[in-house]
Design a protein around this ligand. Structure first.
Ligand SMILES: NC(=O)c1ccc[n+]([C@@H]2O[C@H](COP(=O)([O-])OP(=O)(O)OC[C@H]3O[C@@H](n4cnc5c(N)ncnc54)[C@H](O)[C@@H]3O)[C@@H](O)[C@H]2O)c1
Length: 315
């Protein structure tokens, strides 16, 4: 049996990961979350009665220390963070407070002899890209904004705790991920919800900026396999799709699939925080999965159905 902590587990990716971990009845999963952007309805469901929830702030040492003392964790997934482009641009000091949370988790994991800490970093550490695709080892990091800097500092903390205290880690550099239960302020959910309502889709600038979109099932499958098969110990892994698409084409595709009547409206470009391109070298991830990733078309169709159903249940 493994006792596993998932911080941020009432959120989109943390919740999906915690749910996957709880499918194994041998695991006991504790979700720790302050419900800042998470919600009780996103908490993982398990038939095994092995998911537990404690509300608290990982950036407050005593909140999280109490939980470590009571639980004796073997594995930690540290996914809690202040997220969202606009939210992080508007509250840079609050973003920087997340460094406290990373240090708290590592300090307590060291004291508690945790076997491995899995950390959700971000493609944002690459910043404005030096090269495409972005490789974990060879692409220089260009983190300038607080959110990206925090992720970069977090990665440095993990490597340093390993060097000085032999605490094992794996860094996941998540690229744009999408799927059910994601907050409305992320591009995919925002666009699809607008399209389904027949509203216009608004994009920043000309929409030539590219992104790749990874389905949450592929994200979780890769991360779970790394955990279960003991892969990529003390290593960094890009977790994302390598199919690049300009944001304007994403909007068009969503309007086409959802048969929305809205138009595409251009807002002024963001002055910062909206990188021109982003695309991972995801060969490590593909090696782990040994299968094709879910196609964008299939993912959008599935999410349209999910969001229609959600709207139907709400009304
Ligand atoms: N979604 C993506 O495309 C993406 C891309 C790159 C990186 N990430 C990273 O993945 C992780 C999960 O993001 P997500 O998309 O699921 O967002 P999310 O907002 O759905 O989840 C984040 C969760 O962390 C919780 N949280 C925030 N601050 C906390 C704190 N101080 N203490 C306790 N809980 C706290 C929130 O309440 C929320 O439930 C984050 O670390 C994020 O930076 C996500």
């Amino acid at each position: 049996m493994a006792r596993i902590l998932v911080t941020g587990g009432a959120g989109f990716i943390g919740g999906a990961m915690a749910e996957a971990l709880a499918k194994d009845p041998e695991n006991e999963v504790l979700v720790f979350d302050n419900l800042l952007t998470g919600a009780l309805c996103k908490l993982p469901r398990s038939e095994n009665n092995n998911v537990h929830f404690i509300q608290g702030d990982v950036n407050h040492f005593e909140d999280i220390a109490k939980v470590f003392r009571a639980w004796d964790f073997e594995y930690v997934f540290h996914y809690a963070a202040l997220v969202g482009v606009l939210r992080t641009l508007q509250s840079p000091i609050k973003v920087l407070e997340d460094i406290d949370g990373i240090r708290n988790v590592l300090e307590l994991s060291k004291i508690g002899n945790v076997k491995r800490v899995f950390y959700s970093s971000s493609s944002e550490v690459y910043g404005e890209p030096f090269e495409i695709p972005q490789n974990e080892q060879t692409t220089p990091l260009n983190s300038r904004l607080p959110y990206a800097i925090v992720k970069n500092v977090g990665e440095a903390y993990l490597r340093s705790f390993h060097q000085e205290h032999q605490l094992n880690y794996t860094i996941f550099r998540f690229f744009n991920t999408y799927g059910p239960k994601q907050s409305d302020d992320f591009v995919m959910t925002k666009f699809i919800k607008a399209a389904l309502k027949g509203d216009d889709i608004t994009i920043y600038g000309d929409g030539a900026q590219t992104r790749t979109f990874c389905h949450i099932k592929d994200n979780v499958a890769a991360c779970k396999r790394i955990f279960e098969a003991n892969l990529h110990l003390n290593d960094t892994v890009n977790i994302g799709s390598d199919k690049e698409i300009p944001i304007i084409d994403l909007a068009k595709k969503i309007l086409e699939i959802s048969q929305g009547n809205g138009k595409i409206i251009h807002l002024p470009a963001l002055s910062e925080g909206d990188m021109t391109r982003r695309c991972p070298d995801n060969s490590k991830m593909k090696n782990i999965l040994q299968r094709e990733l879910i196609s964008l078309e299939d993912g959008i169709k599935e999410l349209c159905e999910y969001l229609k159903e959600e709207e139907h249940v709400r009304n």
